[in-house]
Ligand binder design. Structure first.
Ligand code: HEC
Length: 125
């Protein structure tokens, strides 16, 4: 009896730690340290034509895409960690117009742009 309850405790502690990791991720990763004003310039130059000035996935090019550009306000995008965003920007996504920006944006610029996207989506429309 005692033995299985210890095992249960360990299991619960592990589950707790796992949940903590999953939910702590976006918060912890907010510390990318990107520069918001620099990100705004980059975003408006390179990203807004598809993702929209406000980040709603409604830029003028959005119509032409078979796969719609990500709406950064969606719960799915809000759930992405900053690292995941940077990875998507760096390497792009298979089978979509979202090509990788490696070689066009440097590491700092990718961080700036992600910080700007976070800034955009924390504001009400
Ligand atoms: C030619 C249009 C186009 C441009 C320009 C563009 N994107 Fe995208 N982007 C897309 C499309 C389409 C998707 C959705 C692809 C999918 O769901 O497979 C996407 C998805 C994304 C995602 C979501 C990745 C994920 O985790 O699902 C991020 C982040 C992103 N874009 C960032 C950017 C940034 C930053 C820029 C500017 C540097 C940019 N995009 C420029 C079309 C574009």
């Amino acid at each position: 009896m005692a033995r299985s309850s210890i095992r249960h405790d360990i299991l619960m502690a592990m589950t707790g730690a796992l949940l903590l990791l999953v939910f702590a991720e976006p918060v912890r990763s907010q510390e990318l340290g990107g520069d918001v004003p620099a990100g705004k310039t980059l975003y408006e130059r390179h990203c807004a034509r598809c993702h929209g000035v406000g980040g709603w996935g409604d830029g003028p090019f959005a119509q032409e895409e078979s796969i719609p550009p990500a709406n950064f306000h969606s719960p799915i995008m809000q759930g992405r960690s900053d690292e995941q965003m940077v990875m998507a920007i760096e390497f792009g996504l298979a089978m979509s117009k979202m090509h990788g920006w490696k070689g066009r944006l440097n590491e700092q610029e990718m961080r700036d742009v992600v910080s700007y996207i976070r800034f955009l989506t924390q504001r009400a429309r």
